[in-house]
Design a protein around this ligand. Structure first.
Ligand SMILES: Cc1cc2nc3c(=O)[nH]c(=O)nc-3n(C[C@H](O)[C@H](O)[C@H](O)COP(=O)(O)OP(=O)(O)OC[C@H]3O[C@@H](n4cnc5c(N)ncnc54)[C@H](O)[C@@H]3O)c2cc1C
Length: 463
């Protein structure tokens, strides 16, 4: 048999025989170019990237992950780690090298008495919500149900419940992690507490998490949620109203502003809400939103929590190409509002949009150095997301996001959400970790001194 040779992604060399020996020791599958499932397994949610890894290890348990990390380290392979596959910069698949694919690790165990859930690292929010809502429980998760719990949690985790219950990382009880040296450890407030701090916002720099344990809360199953929408022409007055409304809102309410274009329709400014307390109280709290304007569309009312968790899914289909520019803002100033309104009015694709998420209430009261997620005092997290389907449309959509990203940087508070970085934003990594960068660099030196895990918003090990 001819040795196909293996592209390690780092210039090191490795033979087929070595790969076959590795394959034999796995419980999950090892996929290589030409294998039937290889092309499907290397696809990313962001269709902008078409990468060709030498190997994809479809891990089915921690033992496979340990083996993959050891194999990668010993043979100097470029490593990518894949949870839900929704990384904007496409970091979860590499060219050459080895993908540690956790997408088959989907086990979840809910403990309704302790109000806690342990979930494996390939779980998506739609899975976790399904299991926890069976007991009327939930934890803060992102706004698209197809995203993975892994990447989202490791970046911080902004979601509909974050004003009331904090970011996803504020609800992390513990995580099992395979370190660069191949050891499996548990990180929590009492075990490897320094690692636990770094995992909560450190962007996957310290090891491969095999499972997460989350604190759950009584939520739903029916909450008050949905959206009100106004014509684009009213965008500036709506956002100024939203700014004041948000300042007085109780923690139970999380409201995001978004410029979206429904299929075949006109672009609108929408205010999406989740009130996680009682529906009756929620009706009262959101009343000002229903009379201001008044809105052209009012779809704000009692709904299943899981339906709210999926409300934005259709707008972000897998396989489209995506490019982002994000920032944090200390306030929704008139200057920022002008930028959003102009961006929405000039977007080159109806699929593109602007989403303004928030870090307020419980999420905003956590000290900025209590977890690796630093930007607790910058309450608005806008992200400009351009989306297109044809390669010919790439340039104008990327240029649009870049132009408005630059404009936004001039009025921004000096940080960016680590999970909103695009592939050409890696010079903003320090800004993403903010005041916690030096401490993270020291932690990187301790847990991953050779930077084995570097396909991420990468922290250089401290000298
Ligand atoms: C449509 C959409 C909506 C979003 N909405 C929100 C939102 O509301 N709130 C929010 O906070 N974020 C949001 N995000 C950003 C999201 O958090 C990131 O894209 C996140 O990286 C997705 O996680 P994933 O597991 O699907 O990604 P993946 O691509 O699988 O992973 C991303 C990166 O995380 C690291 N990683 C993944 N799994 C592991 C692991 N087990 N161990 C170590 N490192 C790992 C790797 O570096 C990997 O490259 C959204 C993204 C999209 C695409």
């Amino acid at each position: 048999m001819t040795d196909r040779g293996v592209s390690t992604g780092t210039g090191a060399s490795i033979t087929d025989a070595v790969v076959e020996e590795y394959r034999a020791g796995l419980r999950g599958r090892l996929l290589r170019p030409g294998d039937d499932a290889y092309d499907e397994a290397r696809q990313l949610w962001n269709g902008m990237f078409d990468r060709q890894p030498a190997m994809i290890a479809r891990c089915v348990g921690a033992a496979d992950v340990v083996r993959a990390v050891n194999f990668g380290r010993e043979h100097r392979l470029l490593l990518a780690v894949r949870g839900g596959g929704h990384s904007f910069p496409g970091h979860s698949v590499c060219d050459g090298g080895l993908v540690i694919d956790l997408s088959r690790m989907r086990g979840i165990r809910v403990d309704p008495v302790r109000r806690a859930a342990r979930a494996e690292a390939g779980v998506k929010w739609i899975d976790l919500d399904h299991e926890t809502q069976a007991f009327g429980l939930a934890t803060t998760g992102g706004t698209a149900s197809d995203t993975g719990i892994a990447g989202l949690t490791l970046g911080g985790g902004l979601g509909w419940l974050s004003s009331k219950y904090g970011l996803t990382v504020d609800n992390l009880i513990s995580a099992d992690v395979v370190l660069a040296n191949g050891r499996l450890v548990t990180a929590s407030a009492t075990e490897h507490a320094d690692l636990f701090w770094g995992l909560r916002g450190g962007g996957g720099n310290f090891g491969v998490v095999t499972s997460f344990e989350f604190q759950l809360h009584m939520v739903g199953p029916t909450i008050l949620g949905g959206m009100v929408a106004y014509p684009l022409g009213q965008a500036k007055e709506v956002l100024r109203f939203y700014r004041e409304f948000n300042k007085a809102a109780p923690d139970e309410l999380t409201t995001y502003a978004a410029f979206v274009t429904p299929p075949g329709g006109e672009t609108v400014i929408a205010l999406f809400c989740c009130y996680s307390g009682s529906v009756d109280q929620g009706e009262e709290v959101v009343q000002p939103l229903k009379v201001f304007g008044p809105p052209a569309q009012d779809q704000l009312g009692p709904m299943p929590y899981v339906a709210l968790q999926q409300i934005l899914d259709e707008g972000f289909p897998a396989g489209s190409s995506y490019y982002t520019k994000g920032d944090f803002l200390a306030d929704l100033t008139d200057a920022a509002i002008d930028i959003f309104a102009e961006a929405a009015a000039t977007k080159p694709s109806p699929l593109s949009g602007v989403l303004v998420q928030t870090v307020r209430g419980a999420a905003g009261r956590v000290p900025s150095d209590a977890t690796a997620f630093a930007h607790r005092r910058l309450p608005y997290a806008p992200v400009i997301v351009s989306q297109w389907r044809e390669a010919a449309d790439a340039q104008k959509n990327v240029a649009w996001a870049r132009d408005f990203g630059k404009a936004l940087e001039r009025v921004a508070g000096g940080g960016v959400y680590v999970n909103d970085l695009s592939h050409d934003d890696m010079d903003r990594v320090r800004a993403a970790y903010g005041l916690n960068y030096e401490r993270l660099a020291a932690l990187k030196k301790k847990y991953d001194p050779d930077n084995l895990f570097r396909l991420n918003p990468n922290i250089s090990p401290a000298p």
